[in-house]
Design a binder for this molecule. Structure first.
Ligand code: SF4
Length: 326
């Protein structure tokens, strides 16, 4: 949906007050967007950062508006949003690529390519699909579960597109600038991932990044083995709310004879956990928080699956990425 389509939809809905939610990368557009929508609607812009369609803010923020317009994300189909919400996706401007950047795949005997992308590069993925086929590769785009909108799409919390074709591909080619999605896809399928970085117009195998990631991650989570007091966090964002999972971890901690509390959070703040004087945190919200923000915390912050692996509740020794499935 484009801005003009959103305005038409808002008219049809007879919306009067609207809230614009804009991710940090698009915040410089705030004045333009505010002025454009203000011609017809009473507009408020949220100053919060919105990292995904899993987050539409809390009740206090949106109680008073008729509709939310969120930019830069695609809807998560299996979330039952509690407010009318329109998503305005932003796609990366498509660029032409030289044939020779794909030769790294053939050099590494990759013939069956699983194609993946994060949503903002989806149009480029369609172009790359055609290009690879012209070059003689067998290209497979995976189906997704209810948390995703597009075939082949990956999120930091869901690699269903990779799982669905793991048996058929030699490797994945991920169109994205971020590393997290690639690490997740490789660790959850055991198939090599190559990242097509459109900024550098280059493709690289991310195995060295995987090795570095695992070394750092194990060093961060292993001290939790001696923790006596655990804070188990339920994130209150609509698409990250995993209360049942939080209570199952709580019961496991108690069953080990250690102390645990359940806490809620919206934006997780390291200082709050220092004040709680806990030795370890198990965070059941966005899987990226435990990993991307690991250096901000003085104690280990584990994903639920890391907790289960560390304490032997899972027999599999291989590192497993946390996913929110739909
Ligand atoms: Fe993105 Fe995290 Fe939300 Fe998943 S849970 S959509 S990775 S912000």
């Amino acid at each position: 949906m484009e801005v003009d389509d959103a305005i038409i939809r808002l008219r049809e809905m007879k919306a009067s007050k609207i809230l614009l939610q804009i991710p940090d990368g698009l915040k410089p557009e705030s004045f333009n967007l505010f002025n454009k929508f203000s011609k017809e609607f009473n507009v408020i812009i949220s100053s919060q950062s919105f990292y995904g369609a899993c987050d539409i803010g809390n009740m206090e923020v949106y109680r008073d508006v008729d509709c939310i317009v969120q930019f830069g994300h695609s809807e998560i189909p299996n979330i039952k949003y509690t407010k009318p919400i329109l998503f305005i996706e932003y796609f990366y401007k498509q660029i032409e690529l030289d044939d020779d950047i794909f030769s790294i795949l053939a050099e590494n005997l990759v013939k069956n390519v699983g194609l993946l992308s994060s949503v903002q590069y989806y149009k480029e993925m369609e172009y790359v699909n055609g290009k690879l086929k012209e070059l003689g590769y067998n290209v497979i785009v995976g189906n997704v579960d209810g948390r995703m909108k597009y075939p082949g799409q990956v999120l930091g919390c869901n690699f269903s597109a990779a799982h669905s074709i793991a048996a058929k591909v030699d490797a994945y080619l991920l169109v994205s600038t971020g590393l997290f999605h690639g690490i997740g896809a490789q660790l959850s399928t055991d198939k090599p991932v190559y990242i097509l970085d459109l900024n550098n117009r280059s493709i690289r195998n991310i195995q060295p990044d995987i090795d570095k990631f695992l070394r750092k991650r194990y060093a961060r989570i292993e001290p939790a083995i001696d923790a006596k007091k655990f804070a188990i966090v339920i994130d209150t964002k609509i698409g990250q709310y995993r209360k049942k999972l939080a209570y199952s971890i709580y019961n496991r901690v108690k069953g080990m004879g250690r102390d645990a509390i359940i806490v809620t959070a919206d934006n997780i703040n390291p200082v709050d956990f220092q004040n709680l004087m806990c030795d370890a945190v198990v965070f059941t919200g966005c899987p990226r928080v435990s990993i991307d923000d690991e250096d901000k915390f003085s104690m280990p912050v584990l994903t639920p699956i890391e907790f289960e692996q560390l304490f032997g509740f899972k027999s599999n020794n291989k590192y497993i990425m946390d996913e929110i499935v739909g």
